[in-house]
Design a protein. Structure first.
Length: 188
């Protein structure tokens, strides 16, 4: 079964369609993209994509900070390998591609330690613990892009991914699971 799956993947990578002319007419795209990593963490943000003659790249990133010293940031980059592309009409086109992802995220947490009851039945004050989680994200899968009016692009990603902890904390654990994402962008 592994040999069959490997042969199908190699066949898909080698297969290149005649739809390259349209992709080179609009090789860049800007927009937003969001999804979930293998460990269930959100990623996404502002998005840029660029197609070259036989492969493409894309990246997205986001960050936020609030007054309680809570923050989150995420950056993800993908390598894209075309499988099939076709313009069905002047109004509708699409492509199928394989992707490989690599990313990083960081997030601060504040949580309460469980209060300890003293022998004389007096509760100690709550103790708040702050922790920082850093993770490396990896993944691979299939991308589908629907293009309307040759400029409006709607990408969807489906695959497998993993979240690898970069620092050891109580809540920072390894996660491997199904990933998905989607977005809206303008091709130019």
């Amino acid at each position: 079964m592994k040999k069959f799956f490997f042969a199908v993947c190699i066949g898909l990578i080698v297969c290149v369609s005649s739809g390259w002319a349209d992709r080179t007419d609009h090789p860049n795209a800007l927009g937003v993209f969001a999804g979930y990593t293998g460990g269930g963490l959100p990623y996404g943000g502002l998005h840029y994509q660029r197609w070259f003659s036989k492969f493409g790249i894309q990246a997205e990133g986001v960050g936020f900070y609030d007054q309680t010293d809570q923050y989150f940031y995420s950056i993800m980059a993908d390598a894209l390998f075309p499988v099939y592309s076709n313009d069905f009409s002047n109004l509708l086109g699409g492509s199928l591609y394989l992707f490989g992802s690599l990313g990083h995220s960081g997030q601060s947490y504040e949580w309460e330690e469980v209060p300890v009851e003293a022998p004389d039945s007096v509760m100690y004050d709550l103790n708040y613990v702050k922790e920082f989680q850093a993770k490396l994200h990896v993944g691979a899968g299939i991308g589908i892009e629907v293009v309307l009016f040759k400029n409006f692009s709607f990408p969807f990603h489906f695959g497998m991914g993993g979240d690898i902890p970069l620092n050891k904390t109580a809540l920072n654990t390894l996660g491997i699971a199904f990933t998905f994402g989607g977005g809206v962008r303008y091709r130019f």
